[in-house]
Design a protein. Structure first.
Length: 690
């Protein structure tokens, strides 16, 4: 049977229950297992002498059990000391059974695999994997490296590895090659089976290293096909979208002129150019699918307002969607200020509204033409029925992710008519890259900041100098400047994040009694959030302590100072976004990146990059370069798809060939194109929600 349709239950040990859990990883068929790729490797191909172990090293070790004991040091643990003549190692178990205690006894021969760390009694491994051998010699170590796969709750590493091994041993032969040799570029290895084999089971550590980098031929083969799959599916989407019907939004430009002449500033050349691109798109009878890239502070909001004005003047509704309540509120205020004088009705749909207000908003949305509706993703939930949606604007798209973007496209549809779409992002990426990862979109760029902006001066400081930083803030605020103090996620829990922010606020209040200090975080009720933001905006607060909820979009031009705590934990783009909250006015602004020692090499690199440049394109480039394939951050921060093996920056060289091959396949082998897309882009649970 064709392995593309062979269910995972065909494998030994997989019943319907387990199959359900595998489905959560997007693993439905045997082919899916073959394409579930490792994100790193463990080396169990050789035994390491204990004397050569270093902290942080993952290693396979053999030895004799010298001593065992149950010890209490805060927590009860079972320890087992082993020796191989070159050194001593402690194996420590915090959870252990009595049979384990009996089995791990003095005199036996043990082989164990784990990560060595410094413990109270020298080097130890906590909860290592182990096997016992008496009298017999331990078998030779494994011939190839051990793959480590992405897992999920209820699917353990070892079980998953066994399944993938079964799939490789029994079914790899049945794998279809969809790329005819004659259309593959010369630099790409033709053999897909060999490529998979080498990625799942590299034979040497050098091989495994190369696999994690770029130049391994097997990795290249797979990366090529993965990029191709994305390209193909996006090209399809684009063709599909363009075959849909959209209302032509044509009007005289009196309202747009009125909007622009009422602004307290003149548009930059880039803003004017982009508005013109949008104006032309809106007049087509197929939906605009335009991505607007513009660095933080480049003035995307007013472009959105101009687009809205055009749509409304043509008699249609506009939906403006922001990723957070704070931002939605801010947009609603801006739009109201700009558009009400033009007799354009602006309606808000926010989570904080009571039933009555919500119902009133829904009534307008359902019955009145030519209104602008501003809200969060609640705009596209059940119960919201637009009367004649003509344009949909999604702000800060990197917060939503590619799959959500696609899902939204569907939700805005009315019968056969699709609204035009404008997607805005402050995470710009280089052009060739944009053509690949956003192949379904037309891309506009605002490559110019409003005049008079001065880049924020950025310094990197250890948090041992917190007192200095506080005094600096004090002095500045007493001179009428305003500041943010950002406490990012320190622990993987909202609750703890909140605690840090609350404690920081208390500390700052106490240390800086002359200042008016406020606190805003994600758990506050929307109304309370808004109140704090409003107070900060009008200058009733000097210092705003915040979690990363202020990361996107917030615009308070008078705020010119920012302190970011634990900056070492944040990604490059995130730091750049946060810093984008300052430097919006005429005052010189400064940003303090505070870190906790010791800094890892990567963190050092990241902080240096943020200090050295304020150019969003440069930041994005470095960010993509530093990140590994499939890193989770990638999805949230750039809104791009998450790749299993391809690395959008390092594999840039493949892109021209990917585009060429995609074209040929779609023309000559459309069935193959389908099969490749199905193979790489499996629906996953986490993609399905909006
Ligand atoms: P972003 O692109 O990050 O969304 P905003 O739209 O929030 O940027 O704009 C940042 C600030 O710049 C706002 O205070 C806005 O009013 C102002 N602004 C926008 N365009 C111009 C311009 N052409 N000249 C001067 N200020 C502008
Ligand atoms: Mg914005």
């Amino acid at each position: 049977m064709d392995i593309e349709s062979l269910p995972v239950t065909a494998l030994k040990g997989v019943g319907p229950k387990f199959a359900e859990k595998l489905a959560r990883l997007g693993l439905f068929t045997v082919q899916d297992l073959l394409f579930h790729l490792p994100f790193r490797y463990q080396d169990r191909t050789r035994v390491t002498p204990i004397g050569a172990l270093k902290p942080g090293m993952e290693a396979l070790v053999s030895g004799n059990i010298e001593l065992t004991d149950v010890v209490y040091r805060g927590k009860r643990s079972f320890m087992c000391r082993i020796s191989d003549g070159t050194g001593l190692l402690t194996l420590r178990f915090f959870y252990f059974s009595s049979s384990q205690q009996v089995n791990l006894r003095r005199g036996r021969t043990i082989r164990t695999f784990g990560e060595a760390r410094f413990g109270p009694a020298g080097l130890e491994m906590v909860h290592p994997e182990y096997q016992l051998f008496d009298d017999v010699d331990p078998p030779a170590p494994q011939a190839h490296l051990t793959a480590v796969y992405p897992t999920t709750e209820g699917v353990h590493q070892i079980g998953l590895r066994n399944l993938i091994n079964q799939a490789l041993d029994r079914y790899l032969g049945g794998l279809q090659e969809w790329l005819p040799n004659d259309i593959l570029p010369n630099s790409i290895l033709p053999d897909l089976k060999q490529a998979l084999q080498s990625v799942h089971r590299p034979t040497t550590a050098e091989d495994a290293n190369a696999l994690m980098q770029t130049d391994h031929p097997g990795r290249q083969r797979l990366a090529f096909e993965e990029l191709l799959a994305h390209q193909l599916s996006l090209k399809r989407l684009r063709a599909q979208a363009q075959s849909h019907v959209a209302p032509r939004l044509v009007s005289d430009e009196a309202k747009l002129d009125a909007l622009l002449s009422g602004l307290p500033f003149t548009l930059t050349g880039a803003q004017a150019r982009v508005i013109e691109e949008i104006r032309r798109d809106l007049q087509h009878d197929f939906p605009m699918q335009r991505l607007l890239q513009g660095d933080v502070g480049s003035g995307k909001t007013v472009v959105a307002a101009a687009a809205s004005t055009l749509a409304v003047a043509a008699g249609y509704q506009v939906a403006v969607m922001a990723p957070t309540e704070i931002l939605a509120e801010q947009h609603a205020n801006n739009f109201t200020g700009w558009l009400t004088p033009l007799d354009i009705n602006v309606v808000r749909l926010l989570g904080k509204m009571d039933n009555k207000a919500r119902q009133a908003a829904l009534d307008v949305i359902g019955s009145k033409r030519a209104v602008v509706v501003v809200g969060t993703h609640a705009l596209f939930q059940e119960g919201v029925a637009f009367m004649n949606l003509g344009l949909m604007i999604i702000d800060e798209q990197h917060r939503f992710g590619v799959h959500q973007r696609l899902a939204l496209r569907e939700k805005g549809t009315q019968g056969k008519r699709h609204p035009h779409q404008l997607i805005m992002t402050a995470t710009p990426i280089p052009r060739t890259l944009a053509q690949t990862v956003y192949a379904d979109l037309d891309v506009s760029v605002i490559d110019e900041l409003p005049p008079g902006r001065q880049p924020a001066e950025t310094v990197v400081i250890p948090d041992t100098r917190r007192d200095d930083v506080m005094q600096r803030i004090r002095t500045a605020c007493l001179q009428d400047r305003q500041a943010y103090w950002v406490c990012p996620l320190v622990e993987e829990s909202d609750h703890l994040q909140l605690q840090t922010a609350t404690e920081t606020e208390a500390t700052l209040r106490e240390a800086l009694p002359e200042l008016r200090v406020g606190l805003v975080h994600g758990r506050l009720k929307p109304a309370a959030k808004e109140e704090v933001m409003a107070a900060f905006k009008v200058g009733e607060l000097d210092l705003l302590v915040a979690t990363t909820v202020i990361e996107v979009g917030v615009d308070v031009p008078n705020a010119s100072l920012m302190v970011i705590e634990n900056a070492e934990r944040l990604g490059l783009s995130q730091l750049h976004q946060l810093r984008g909250r300052i430097g919006r006015g005429v005052a010189k602004s400064s940003c303090v990146l505070m870190y906790q020692s010791p800094l890892s090499a990567q963190a050092q690199q990241r902080l240096a990059a943020v200090r050295e440049t304020t150019d969003g394109f440069e930041i994005a480039r470095r960010d993509l370069e530093m990140r590994g394939p499939g890193e989770i951050l990638g999805v949230r921060q750039t809104g791009m798809a998450q790749f299993r093996i391809a690395h959008v920056m390092r594999d840039q060289g493949l892109l021209p060939d990917v585009q060429r091959v995609a074209k040929t396949l779609l023309q000559k082998y459309p069935d193959h194109a389908d099969a490749i897309v199905r193979r790489w882009l499996v629906e996953r649970e986490d993609y399905a929600q909006v």
